[in-house]
Every structure is written in structure tokens, then in C-alpha cells.
Design a protein around this ligand. Structure first.
Ligand SMILES: [Zn+2]
Length: 277
């Protein structure tokens, strides 16, 4: 199977509601000079080998050396333009804002998702300690604004880890084969299920506990707050995450400053407009 067929298959496997909601999550495949990544505003489940955006990795790498403006709006605009310039001729679509993060991870394939089972840990007060105990091979990234800032932070901390847990966000798994990706996800989910079982916490949402709107626990939960279809879906997901986080010291919401960044983020406004499912 070629790279694009394999990443399409992985995108469908990890594009179910257990792993992502709406346009959340993204996937990629790479060779030495090309990165194929999910376009922004599409869903994993809908991807075909043709929909991936092809990026020139040498051009993308300019991002890592450029002098970035302090102002977050100017910074994201510059990054967006550099990413657009890296899109290969013949390719259409806007690359996912997390494309550079895919680029820096070692592994032919990268599958990034936001499963409630994982966010029960990443959105918990003792998430970092639990991550170190359960997944010593993982890189834990304390919460930082998504987009370029996040990418550069991961780049600084990364030392070849193929499993990255992002606080109040989700999980990145890299692997050179589809089976390596699946095995890592299996290992993570099995360990977490065991923790929830030990704490006596059901992994399905206990009925009657869904808030009117999603709680601000991850960027995606904020992005889809007012979405007619996804708002209620995210509300249920935030309720399940709150339920699971009890296993690791209880839920931790995004702080006010982080929430403000998401509310003002142009990239997310674009994504909100694109996703209609
Ligand atoms: Zn994400």
C-alpha cells in the first residue's frame, strides 16, 4: 500500500467519534522532502488520498528560522503565509495549522486526535504526573497557545519521542508503519481504561450530566461552542472528560488568557466556517 492509501486508512480508523469531533484532529504522511497533511476544516473520516495537501518540507522548514513578531496576530499571519508558500503546485486547500508539528515528529505517519479517554488525563489537574507514571516514553507538553507557538515549544522539547501528550488538548502519535501507530494508541487506551476502572469511573458518560454548552477544556471545545450540531456534541464530550478526569485529580479548565487567545484566533474562525458536519 502506498503512503497516501495508508494514511487515508488510518484517518478513517481514527476519524470516529471516539477519537475526534467535527473537524478535530489531523493526520499526515511524509517522505524526506514532502509532507502530506489533512487540509484545515475537513474531517478525518472524509479524507481521500487526493485531499491531502502536499507541502515542500524544505520551504516549511523556513518557519523554524524566521524571526517571528511578538504580536500574536502578526505572528499567525506570517506563519500562515509561509505555510501557504510551502504548498506544492497542483495541491489545493489550506494546510492544517498543526502541519509544522507533523513535520517535526520523527515517523512516516502521524495521527493526532482528541479522544475523551485521553483528555480525561490531559485535562486533569494531575495529568502531568500521571503521564510520567503511565507513559515514561511520552513527551508531555504543558498547555500553550495552539498554532506556531505550540509547534516551536514541542520542537524545543522533542528528543525523538513518538508519543506526545498535550495538556488540555490531545495526543500525537508518530510511527513508521500503520501498525506502529495502532499499537501505540492501543497501549495508551488500555492503560487509561485500567486507570479509570481502578478509580471506579465508567468510560461512558453517566446520564443526566450534560451541561448546556461545552466547558472550555480544550481549544476545540471552545471553537465549536456555538456550532448548532457540534455544540451539544462537544458539551457531552466535555462532560465525559470531566467525569474521567476525576481519576487524575479532577478537571482543569483553560485559564482566562488562553481562552481569550482562542476566541480571537483567526485560524479557528476559518475552521469554524469550513466544518459543516
Ligand atoms: Zn488538535
Amino acid at each position: 500500500m502506498n503512503l497516501l492509501d495508508t494514511i487515508t486508512q488510518l484517518s478513517h480508523e481514527f476519524g470516529t467519534a471516539d477519537f475526534v469531533k467535527g473537524g478535530g484532529g489531523n493526520t499526515s504522511a511524509k517522505t524526506a522532502d514532502t509532507l502530506w497533511v489533512k487540509p484545515s476544516g475537513t474531517t478525518l473520516a472524509s479524507l481521500t488520498p487526493q485531499t491531502f495537501v502536499a507541502l515542500d518540507r524544505a520551504k516549511l522548514a523556513r518557519l523554524y528560522d524566521v524571526a517571528v513578531p511578538q504580536d500574536s496576530h502578526a505572528r499567525e499571519t506570517l506563519v500562515k503565509d509561509l505555510m501557504a508558500a510551502a504548498v506544492k503546485p497542483g495541491s489545493t486547500g489550506r494546510p492544517s495549522v498543526e502541519a509544522p508539528l507533523h513535520d517535526i515528529l520523527a515517523g512516516v505517519f502521524v495521527v493526532h486526535t482528541h479522544p475523551a479517554l485521553v483528555n480525561g488525563l490531559t485535562c486533569a489537574k494531575q495529568g502531568a504526573a500521571a503521564c510520567a507514571r503511565l507513559f515514561p516514553d511520552a513527551l508531555w507538553i504543558p498547555y500553550i497557545d495552539p498554532g506556531f507557538t505550540l509547534c516551536m515549544d514541542v520542537r524545543r522539547r522533542l528528543h525523538g519521542q513518538k508519543l506526545v501528550l498535550l495538556e488540555n488538548h490531545g495526543i500525537f502519535v508518530a510511527g513508521d508503519t500503520a501498525e506502529e501507530i495502532r499499537a501505540t494508541y492501543r497501549r495508551v487506551l488500555t492503560a487509561l481504561r485500567a486507570e479509570y476502572a481502578k478509580a471506579g469511573i465508567p468510560t461512558e458518560l453517566t446520564p443526566g450530566k450534560i451541561p448546556a454548552a461545552p466547558e472550555p477544556i480544550t481549544p476545540d471545545h471552545m471553537v465549536y461552542t456555538n456550532h448548532p450540531k457540534l455544540g451539544p456534541v462537544m458539551a457531552a464530550d466535555s462532560a465525559l472528560t470531566r467525569q474521567l478526569a476525576v481519576a487524575f485529580g479532577g478537571i482543569q479548565l483553560l485559564d482566562e488568557r488562553s481562552q481569550k487567545f482562542i476566541r480571537e484566533w483567526e485560524v479557528e474562525a476559518y475552521r469554524q466556517k469550513q466544518v459543516t458536519t
